[in-house]
Design a protein around this ligand. Structure first.
Ligand code: GTP
Ligand code: MG
Length: 478
């Protein structure tokens, strides 16, 4: 195909789904309005308008100045009036598309923070022709106008809901395009190859090979390494986004509730020297070094009890133990070693990730020798707040397992994870195809499938239903 570059050939053969024009037909550039700040009383409340008529609608409510004649990225102070009634004194921020969040004309009205005023201004905008925005519709428009790709748009929702430093950092990295850049790199390399293979198809009679198969093997290996890294990062991503559930498990009186209290630095759970004090589970969240832990104090587990309530509590402890991301197995350092081993075996058999923690170090005067066959143990005194920092470090280390660097690309989104998994499977198919000397046209099919999944993540290929679903998870006004 003389004169056509590799990328051009690809573009010609694979036009990207034209979502933009589809939405244009359904009138998506009408003007939307919503309260962008949380509802309720506050110092100020911000309403946002976006769309073709955003500026003219605001202009009709703002007699002080002709907003239609103002430059982009400017602020204007004055009174809002509607039907002859003064609504509020406000500050208007004005942005001309495409240099705005949505890529359209945007007006932001900062009013005083009274819900009554917000409602009045909202009503006024609607009666002048705006429509109430759906959840996430501003960001959806930003995506449709090419201001960001789908992965970046989804990260905006994650930023809003992030509650720890680590979750914010990874979401920011995705929004700034870190993840998208990684994907783009993968796609481009594959597209290049695919185009070469398809070029061979054009010259099928002449039996030529434009795509060097050895180089292709190397490329597939590199791509597999990248998808593999991204897929493993999902475990960490999940932890960062949703927190880690930690069940504190052990015999009655081991000091579980005391440990919960010392970790939280408050007297949350009742502590007593009567075994069986905790009857039901108690859950509290704790941020350790930017990671959210959901701590679960449980009823002590022992072999036999005739108390119905205690038995029900023990059942619940075991359920919580099995559901937890991490188990803190707490025992009294003075407990007989065979009892410790029996419980450890039970946790091992359940295939759980756990930490061994020996409590009551302050009153233990036995030998350390009895622990010599066990994996590393953290010794603490919950009551005297000793070695608690070490335990916290062990908890974060167990979760991160060396993947501490949240600056690197981390997959936090289940949709991305599943698409990556499919892309990874297609890479396996491609490799098997190469092994078996599969003809170019069949190889090209597998490559296209892989590209399809990679493109799904960034939204280069998507359908309206998926988009509506994704953006419906946002809050209104974003
Ligand atoms: N000496 C000493 N006593 C402790 C320590 N931690 C807890 N205790 C005591 O051990 C007893 C039991 O503590 P809890 O925290 O109620 O124990 P638990 O594991 O929650 O017990 P259950 O709720 O019955 O399962 C209390 O008298 C605590 O004061 C410790 O580090 N050193
Ligand atoms: Mg307790």
């Amino acid at each position: 195909m003389p004169g056509l570059g590799v990328q051009d050939r690809w573009n010609r053969n694979h036009p990207v789904t034209v979502i933009l024009s589809m939405h244009k037909l359904s009138g998506w550039d009408d003007t939307i309005v919503a309260l962008a700040t949380p509802p309720g009383i506050g110092a100020i409340g911000v309403l946002r308008l976006s769309g073709r008529e955003a500026i003219s609608i605001a202009n009709r409510l703002f007699p002080a100045k002709d907003l239609m004649a103002q430059a982009s990225h400017t602020l204007h102070v004055g009174f809002l009036r509607h039907n002859g009634v003064m609504l509020d004194e406000v500050v208007i921020s004005l942005f001309h598309g495409p240099k705005s969040y949505t890529g359209e004309n945007i007006i932001e009205i900062s009013c005083h923070g009274s819900p009554y005023i917000h409602q009045q201004v909202l009503d006024a905008c609607i009666s002048e022709g705006a429509r109430l925005a759906k959840p996430g519709e501003f960001t959806q428009r930003a995506f449709l106008n090419g201001k960001m790709d789908l992965a970046q748009a989804e990260a905006v929702a994650d930023i809003i809901s992030s509650n720890t430093e680590a979750s914010l950092r990874t979401a920011l990295n995705t929004m700034r395009g870190g993840f998208s850049a990684r994907l783009k790199e993968l796609r481009e390399q594959l597209i290049k190859f695919s185009a070469l293979i398809e070029l061979e198809l054009d010259f099928a009679q002449e039996d030529v090979e434009f795509a060097d198969r050895t180089a292709f093997y190397t490329l597939i290996a590199q791509l597999k390494e990248s998808t593999g890294q991204l897929l493993t990062s999902f475990q960490l991503g999940n932890v960062i986004k949703n927190g880690v559930s930690v069940a504190i498990i052990g015999k009655p009186n081991a000091g579980k509730s005391t440990l919960l209290n010392v970790l939280l630095n408050e007297n949350r759970a009742i502590v007593s020297d009567i075994p069986g004090t905790t009857r039901d589970t108690i859950e509290e969240v704790l941020n350790i070094d930017g990671i959210l832990f959901r701590l679960i104090d449980t009823a002590g587990i022992r072999q036999h009890s005739s108390d119905l309530i205690e038995n029900a509590g023990m059942e619940r402890s075991k359920e919580k133990m099995k559901e937890a991301d991490l188990v803190v197995f707490l025992f009294d350092a003075a407990d007989p070693i065979d009892e410790i081993l029996a419980m450890k075996t039970e946790i091992d058999e359940a295939g759980l990730k756990y930490l061994l923690v020996a409590n009551k170090l302050d009153s233990y005067d036995g030998s350390m020798d009895k622990f010599k066959d066990l994996p590393p143990i953290t010794f603490i005194s919950a009551k005297n707040n000793q070695q608690i920092r070490e335990l916290k470090d062990a908890m974060t280390a167990a979760v991160l397992e060396g993947q501490i660097n949240t600056e690197s690309t981390v997959v936090t989104n289940a949709r991305h994870y599943h698409a990556l998994k499919e892309a990874d499977l297609s890479l396996n198919e491609i490799r098997a195809g190469l092994d078996n000397g599969l003809p170019g046209d069949l190889l090209a099919l597998d490559i296209r499938r892989c590209l399809h999944y990679l493109s799904e993540i960034t939204g280069d290929i998507s359908n309206e239903d998926t988009l509506d679903y994704i953006f419906s998870k946002f809050c209104i006004g974003k």
